[in-house]
Write a protein that binds this ligand. Sequence first.
Ligand SMILES: *Cc1c(COP(=O)(O)O)cnc(C)c1O
Length: 400
Amino acid sequence: MKSYQIDTNGYYGEFGGAYIPEILYQTVENLRKEYLPILESQSFQTEYHALLKDYVGRPSPLYYAQRLSQKYGCRIYLKREDLNHTGAHKINNAIGQILLARRMGKTRIIAETGAGQHGVAVATVCALMNMPCRVYMGATDVQRQHMNVERMRMLGAEVFPVESGNRTLKDATNEAIRDWCCHPADTFYIIGSTVGPHPYPDLVARLQSVISREIKEQLLAHEGRDYPDCLIACVGGGSNAAGTIYHYIDDERVRIFLGEAGGHGIETAETAATIQCGSTGIIHGARTLVMQDADGQIIEPYSLSAGLDYPGIGPLHAHLARMHRATVMAVNDDEALRAAFELTRLEGIIPALESAHALGLLTKIKFRADEVVVLTVSGRGDKDLETYLAHSSRFNTPIF
Ligand SMILES: *Cc1c(COP(=O)(O)O)cnc(C)c1O
């Protein structure tokens, strides 16, 4: 049977692999050898699932959104990752990786963060596990995302502002890798999405796969069958989408739709739609689609949503798009904003701006009336309130 999962060499088709400096070879090799035996061990599974249940609050509800369904003429369920502790799906991955780090004997944690959401999730689990934590963050982002910086510091993490380059996520990642090169023996690098060198994309996808495992059980209870007709998720690096589709990737009865950040439009220079606008290259240790110029220099992506403006994309998603297993569409800033206000007024749920890019796909897909759709709400919108406020005169209109 054809499989879209990772192959034994760490590739999804032509994408993936581990393109790393020589000095990290042994560290990454150790991780590659150890991650599956540890993840599959009884002791890991017991501790991971106990924390997901009692600390994160899982299983997250699968909510039948009646008014949204009426509007789009199908049966829409929302997978409520916004209800997790710290407000998004990122905690699922952070908990799993810190448990792995401890079992590998690591004593220090580093991470990169853009908007600060992954940094907060890592700082949270480091407080929980009493481990020292340094989070690399571009100096521009430190200014823009002040509240998350304060949250990380309150949690006991050291936030390290990166002054090189454009002082954003790409520069923070380079600095984190530099740190890792200097301390490979004792330091574990917790990567926040299905990106980076093999085995990270597979590791993160497995840790997020709890999302689709729950969807299977919950759909069976609601609908009498354990698969939907359609899955919808937003993609930045790809982790909430990977978790949403994980157990359905090879089930071709299930249509997969991914929303990437169009920014001001894919025909403009201000976009983060990597799958549609990128070309094959190497970023953060993996071969994937990258926003780059003719000289291979990274082009700074743009999206109103801070969690989606990543210049690469997970190798799994590049492969799914290339093979036409997933339909990838860009959702522009205005389309996401409209969708966020619509969900708020129809269902009383304020979504994260990232998640609004999944909701923005609803107008772009043709549904049959009886079709069962599961859409992942990756996070809650509290952090985006200022952005919503700035645009509310255009979008906050009653829906009757
Ligand atoms: C970080 C983030 C994303 C994007 O990351 P993925 O790895 O693509 O899931 C999406 N939604 C929310 C709420 C986030 O915080």
